[in-house]
Ligand binder design. Structure first.
Ligand code: MN
Length: 347
């Protein structure tokens, strides 16, 4: 699989007329997080302000933090709905079939029956069905759609602010802030454009920063804390030139653990584990300064090469990415280290 290098694909504006008289399903990714959910909530509000109905859905699992958020702010959603009832699908914060989770087969079936061709028709307007994607992950050849994806954005809510921010109300500004805080790991990464956007959204939300920060704060459950501690105990520290690489393994929370390891000083962290279904899941994180200094992109320089060698599924962006497939964790970690070693020694 080749990564398509271009960062941003949206050349056209979001035109409200596109959504008139459509039955619209706003789809969040499996293991729905705050960025995906807040993006869908922003869009629902955008449509409803224009008197257009829509439904938010999640495939099956929604994380605890997002469940609480939906409850607290009365944002309705349905789980795994009948797809035949809709003719316009809008995906938030993802762009691949894998993240459809339990809805994947149904969605693929629906598209097959409509004889759709992906990425061929730039309008994404097929026989009776329309499809839009709002996403900030790197577009790959296997991606469902190129519109509207912008990998320079740090959250999907930031992308929506750029596209439809002039129509934001207080609630939408607030949801945008939450997605931005969540996806940057509370500002572990950032950019001038990002902070400008955040500042405008914070102002528009009419909430204090302390208030928003508290809402987005995540107090991990005990099992997650124990996963962190176990992974720390198992961590292997490798120094190549000036780069600190930390490898570890744990069966759950690979992504969260990898993020934590950066906080402890790793330049690149890789956490691998076999999940219940026997699939090896590898999550990697790269520190911002290291990335910029070395022009390093986790997708291009680690995850895609790994996928070329072992197959499986890959996804993510320059600083946070993951690979899933059938290979032992030992082999996958060893190969990852080899790939990084080659990259660093070429520098
Ligand atoms: Mn996101």
């Amino acid at each position: 699989m080749k990564t398509i290098k271009k960062n941003n694909y949206f050349k056209k504006k979001v035109d409200i007329k596109t959504f008139f008289e459509k039955k619209i399903l706003l789809v969040c990714h499996e293991n729905t997080d705050l960025d995906s959910f807040c993006s869908a909530a922003i869009f629902k509000e955008f449509l409803s302000n224009n008197k257009i109905n829509s439904t938010i859905c999640v495939p099956s699992h929604i994380n605890e933090q997002t469940t609480n958020f939906a409850k607290e702010y009365n944002i309705d959603f349905v789980v795994n709905p009948e797809l035949e009832k809709f003719n316009f699908f809008i995906l938030f914060d993802f762009n691949d079939f894998e993240q459809f989770g339990k809805m994947r087969l149904k969605f693929e079936e629906l598209l097959k029956n409509k004889k759709l061709g992906f990425n061929k028709n730039v309008k994404n307007n097929f026989e009776g069905i329309s499809l839009f994607v709002f996403d900030h992950h790197v577009v790959e050849e296997s991606s469902i759609s190129k519109y509207f994806s912008d990998a320079t954005k740090l959250s999907t809510t930031e992308l929506l602010f750029e596209l439809i921010g002039k129509d934001f109300n207080e609630k939408m500004f607030f949801y945008a802030c939450i997605g931005m805080i969540e996806d940057t790991g509370r500002f572990l990464v950032g950019s001038t454009n990002f902070f400008n956007a955040f500042s405008k959204c914070l102002e528009g939300s009419k909430k204090s920063y302390a208030n928003i920060f508290k809402i987005a704060k995540h107090d991990p459950p005990e099992c997650e804390k124990i996963a962190f501690l176990k992974a720390l105990k198992r961590a292997e520290i490798i120094k190549i030139k000036n780069t600190i690489i930390v490898l570890s393994n744990i069966s759950f929370y690979q992504g969260a653990v990898a993020t934590k390891l950066l906080e402890f000083g790793a330049d690149v962290s890789i956490v691998c584990g076999i999940e219940k279904n026997g699939i090896t899941n590898l999550s990697a994180r790269a520190e911002t300064f290291f990335k910029e200094k070395n022009n390093f992109n986790l997708m291009n320089h680690l995850i895609i090469p790994l996928q070329k060698k072992f197959g499986g599924e890959a996804g993510g962006h320059s600083g946070a990415a993951q690979w899933k497939g059938f290979k032992s964790k030992k082999i996958v970690l060893k190969e990852s280290l080899k790939i990084l070693n080659d990259f660093i020694n070429k520098k």
